[in-house]
Design a protein around this ligand. Structure first.
Ligand code: DGL
Length: 259
């Protein structure tokens, strides 16, 4: 049985990319809701509806677990999906706790989509982990369409980041938390604005660890030849040009993770 990875678009590939390395004997299904990306600037109700449709599709494929490789969808829709379906559903939230645990003395900047940074889930997370008021939040919605266009380090991307980062003195920060899976592609472009003492923190390894924990708890690990099926909003991706597009995202992730 397959493990599904779901995102509004191609950001979730960064989590799949990691899972493919640590789970070499599992079969994967990747669902990008390309018809509706971006989610982060839409209404919560609209996103809940899109996620419900995507779940119906993935469940119809008989998957054994679903990783919601999207902080935005997790923030607004995962609790309802967990009530509806009895299979492991692993969500993502910005790794603010991990960043504070690594260095509790400096500030931490959480970058995510507008829905995620202003959502109730984020408020609860901050209340729980940010006792010393060290966490700042920044929405970077324009990075999602840039990522979808595979524009990872263009002059426009750099100008956007320069403008958005201008109010922050990064010497006071220990970490930049990537609270949107689409943002992983921009690590090289962001790095240019950050002092060496500042690190990236993302939730990809923690999410895959949680997936493994839940698979093992239910005895769902398998030893198959690794395969991946890609879907754009329920349509199987078989076209050469589209598969080549996915290949270019994977190449950027190889670069980003230094392989
Ligand atoms: N990749 C998504 C996330 O992690 C959301 C991007 C979007 O559709 O706005 O939040």
């Amino acid at each position: 049985m397959k493990i599904a990875f779901f995102d509004s678009g191609m950001g979730g590939l960064s989590v799949l990319h990691h899972a493919m390395r640590v789970l070499p004997q599992e079969e994967f299904l990747f669902y990008a809701d390309e018809d509706h990306v971006p989610y982060g600037t839409k209404s919560r109700e609209a996103v809940q509806q899109y996620v419900a449709e995507a779940f119906d599709f993935m469940i119809s494929k008989g998957v054994k677990a679903i990783v919601v490789a999207c902080n935005t969808a997790t923030s607004v829709a995962v609790p309802v999906m967990r009530e509806r379906y009895d299979l492991p559903i692993i969500g993502m939230e910005p790794a603010a706790k991990k960043a504070l645990d690594l260095d509790g003395g400096h500030r931490v900047l959480v970058c995510a989509t507008p829905i995620t940074v202003s959502g109730r889930k984020m408020e609860l997370l901050i209340e729980r982990v940010d006792k010393d008021h060290l966490v700042d939040r920044l929405a970077l919605p324009a990075l999602v369409p840039f990522a979808e266009r595979q524009e990872f380090d263009s002059p426009d991307v750099r100008a956007y980041l320069a403008e958005q980062f201008a109010p922050y003195d990064f010497r006071q920060y220990s970490a930049l938390v990537l609270g949107c899976t689409h943002f992983n592609y921009f690590k090289p472009a962001m790095r240019a604005f950050m002092p060496d003492s500042m690190h990236f923190v993302d939730g990809n390894d923690g999410t895959v660890r949680e997936l493994i924990r839940q698979l093992e708890a239910r005895n769902l690990r398998e030893a198959n030849e690794q395969t991946v099926e890609y879907y754009y909003s329920g349509r199987r991706v078989a076209d050469e040009a589209e598969l080549a597009r996915i290949g270019r995202f994977m190449q950027q992730l190889d670069r980003v993770y230094g392989l």
